[in-house]
Design a protein around this ligand. Sequence first.
Ligand SMILES: *Cc1c(COP(=O)(O)O)cnc(C)c1O
Length: 464
Amino acid sequence: MNYISTRGQAPVLNFADVLLAGLADDGGLYVPETLPTFSQDEIASWAGLPYNELAFNVIKPFVDDCIKASDLKTMIDETYAGFNHIGVAPMVQLGGNEWILELFHGPTLAFKDFALQLLGRLMDHVLSERGERLVIMGATSGDTGSAAIEGCRHSKHLDIFIMHPYNRVSEVQRRQMTTLLNDNVFNIALEGNFDDCQEMVKDSFADQSFLQGLKLGAVNSINWARIMAQIVYYFSSALAVGGPHREVSFSVPTGNFGDIFAGYLAKQMGLPIKQLVVATNRNDILHRVISGNDMSKGTLEHTLSPSMDIMVSSNFERLLFDVYGRDGAAIADLMKRFKTESVSLESGRWEAVRELFDSYAVDDATTCDVIKQVYQETGYLLDPHTAIGLKAARECWKDKTIPMITLATAHPVKFPEPIVKAGLESPALPAHLADLYEREERFTVLPKDLASVQAFVASNVHRD
Ligand SMILES: *Cc1c(COP(=O)(O)O)cnc(C)c1O
């Protein structure tokens, strides 16, 4: 399978190259040239498969012959065997057709493990075959960092540098990153906010000369392989409630538009999805675009759902590429204008987005109310991101005979603040993290200065 850039000017790559690449050379994001599609009968035949077997069926066509099928199978099996729930992505019924898809049973208790546990293995495999090394640089507002480090820390061919905004991630989140003390793991606490971190990573990718010959790889959701791995649980959850012979809807707590984009792809691949609801917090650019064709950067606000505190949702470009008829030049022009001004989508294009997605934005006070109300009604404790998803689901749900599945993107223990604010007791850490507060931490505080960050990276990489 070939992969092409959303801006139309970068080389066409195969899966292995896309896996190791960051942004495309032209500033775009890679997407498959054509999507695999599955018939209703084929999807139906997967009912009851264990998660890892379903994952292999969905992922195989994207990887193509870049990786031997038996090796791919082993990596997928190992990835999901490391989850702490036999069902990997179990469903919980809150009421009638209202479902929660629990995506937090991986090692770091957030959905990002689904992709990053696999990504680390895939990268290591390809690098080992090529006899190459790669340097991972990533920015995190919380969950990506720990999941990426967990996914890469056993890799022999990678060094990983993760930057988080100093003093702006929760203590659980920080400790989940900084207590992983492998030799190839480096945590940087940047004196700035998440967007500053992201900017540093972007600038480093744009000019990699500071690495003197080594190359950078990406673990954020611009990496195609992450999106790919996330498509799987749309199929598994739909099958669990009677799909594909029955339509299903999804509500997805959204930041960078990676997770929900995977849902959109599942739909294009043949899964009968009725509604896709984009749930945001007060950083609501996606809600403003979808509901009112207003694509303007607001100011970044810190909320009780920090993993969705994002001003520019990078993966939205992948959707726009489709909506603009895969016209790379038009996307390049739109994104260039968006850098400096507010834009709106061409008429016709915006309506197409509107057809595909519903959206809703939820503030902090409502997030706490929903956590409290759902706990009182059902005894089920939501994390704040999931609470936003559920609220949006309830607001946007058009046909109650169609199951509505809200993606639970994090375990509530990761974000105790809103739970305590809601007057509830914060849950205990699960067994494998019970001693998190006693573990040794390691991180380096650096100023908001590109040269300092790059010097730190260059002096710590392993060159064999
Ligand atoms: C990353 C994250 C999100 C947002 O996912 P995107 O793919 O960036 O849209 C939502 N909730 C949690 C808990 C996350 O970690």
